[in-house]
Ligand binder design. Structure first.
Ligand SMILES: CC(=O)[C@@H](O)[C@H](O)COP(=O)(O)O
Ligand SMILES: NCC(=O)COP(=O)(O)O
Length: 268
């Protein structure tokens, strides 16, 4: 489907790649040592062309730790590389974010028993609390995004609480691709496409992420409204075989090729 078919002839701008380094920390923590170091991965990602670094400080610190956030905050500013700090909507995380004042914060749901981020934030269920929660983060100059499922009701709620950005959870789309459920995959992709356009129509900046691979990132990159993809687990896995630099550069090429095919040579 070309940009014309979506009602837009051109994408909104250059599509950014945020590299999530959570699972570099997963490998490090497996032995309780200091190798591999997430900060080193962030620097390598920057050298490979990443537009930003994403790190999720979970309440249980299963991967990224407070010390990682400390080191990333200090170093990335010097590299002029934005840090997208993913966090749950808790007082503890709000205090940490206000202390570090990262370029961006992304509010994500968390359950200690989950293996990975399973769903999107239920914004519609707690609008008043979340509106008050994000206000000081925005006043501190952080770009606030809300990690939500592709659901118009959640998108409208995110706009109502004053979030300027949403990040669409691409996990359901990616899982169906992984499972070979191509009809289900295509239905989830259409849902994502519809929600990206809907969110843009409400004035929200649109990001997407979770589970994206070389195969699944391209169709999402072709959505004209999407401005940023956050990708981590797959890139860290691929780095085992081809190296982190190569994996990031290949993902960047996948994204740029998808944009060129959708919108013409000048679109990447
Ligand atoms: C919010 C999101 O989709 C990712 O940042 C994800 O949280 C990666 O970390 P986990 O694999 O621990 O969920
Ligand atoms: N918010 C999504 C993200 O940061 C990366 O998710 P994943 O690629 O590690 O699944």
């Amino acid at each position: 489907m070309t940009g014309e078919a979506k009602g837009r002839t051109q994408p909104l701008g250059r599509l950014r790649l945020g590299v999530n380094i959570d699972h570099v920390a997963t490998i490090r923590n497996a032995r309780g040592g200091r190798h591999p170091e997430p900060l080193r991965a962030a620097k390598a990602a920057a050298a490979a062309g990443a537009d930003g670094i994403t790190a999720h400080l979970r309440e249980d610190r299963r991967h990224i730790t407070d010390a990682d956030i400390e080191a990333l905050t200090e170093t990335l500013r010097g590299l002029d590389l934005p840090l997208n700090f993913e966090m749950a909507a808790t007082e503890e995380m709000q205090a940490i974010a206000l202390r570090h004042r990262p370029h961006a914060v992304c509010i994500v749901p968390e359950r200690r028993e989950e293996r990975t981020t399973e769903g999107g934030l239920e914004v519609a269920r707690e609008e008043n609390r979340l509106a008050h929660f994000i206000a000081p983060l925005r006043e501190a100059g952080c770009r606030v995004s809300i990690f939500i499922a592709a659901d118009e009701r959640q998108i409208e709620a995110a706009a109502r609480i004053g979030a300027p950005v949403i990040e669409l959870h691409t996990g359901a789309y990616c899982e169906r691709d992984h499972d070979g459920d191509l009809a289900g995959r295509d239905a989830e992709l259409e849902r994502l496409r519809r929600c990206a356009a809907f969110a843009h129509g409400l004035g929200l900046e649109v990001h997407a992420g979770h589970g994206l691979t070389y195969e699944t990132a391209g169709p999402v990159a072709a959505f004209p409204e999407v401005m940023e993809l956050n990708i981590g687990h797959f890139l860290v896995g691929e780095a085992i075989f081809s190296g982190l630099d190569s994996a990031i550069r290949r993902m960047r090429d996948v994204m740029d090729r998808a944009r060129r095919e959708a919108f013409g040579e000048g679109a990447a």
